[in-house]
Design a protein around this ligand. Sequence first.
Ligand code: BTN
Length: 238
Amino acid sequence: ENIVSFSEIDSTNVYAKNNLDKLPSGTVVWALSQTSGYGRHNSFWYSNKGGLWFSIVFKPSLIREPNEYTKVVSVAVAETMIKMGINSVGIKWPNDVLIGKRKVAGILTEAIFSGISVNAIVVGVGINVNNELPEEIRQIAISLGMVINKHISLEMLLDKVLKRVEFLRKNYLIRGKNRYLTRRWKKYLAFAEKDEITVSLPNGEKITGIINSITPSSLCLEREDGVILEINSGEILL
Ligand code: BTN
């Protein structure tokens, strides 16, 4: 495996994006801590020592749809945890990993274009492992260490996740296999078709409705008045 590691960095996603030319497809950028880790909607991502913070660079030849890589990685993270014996692991649309109702991992995919075609895809993964969770997220976040009650080796965990990613990528990121990957992703969804949820949109608006259909890129919600809304970006409220 091709792993570039740092004891501290601003953000592994930023490093990957800034050094794309030097990094072959499959390269993993790993840091023990990040000073400016970020998540979706540019939120701050706490990345102190003890957590697993890394990014994978993909330079796709065939499948260039960024969502497919997010799906592979979120399923890989969920399946790794399930294999470790952890119960109630779920994927929260679009790509957070939960244990019970608390977030244990987040995934941030960024596509880098050259002209109008996707040149590279950087998938950043943050997993709370042995790191101390800051006060402001203690109610909504959880770490693997809190669940397993012992110190977890980051090397071992990274290795397991990467092996799983490779397995899923080889088997499903090939033409015609996509629906099998989606089926797997759906199996882990914390909220699925027919569930009633409330979603907060980037503009602050909140919508409550029943999930009519769900894919990694869109969530269709049926409101009480029967109107079906397609949501492409938002947060499911727990
Ligand atoms: C989210 O839940 O919004 C996604 C969080 C992604 C965090 C990871 S940590 C490694 C990589 N580097 C970053 O700056 N962000 C991602």
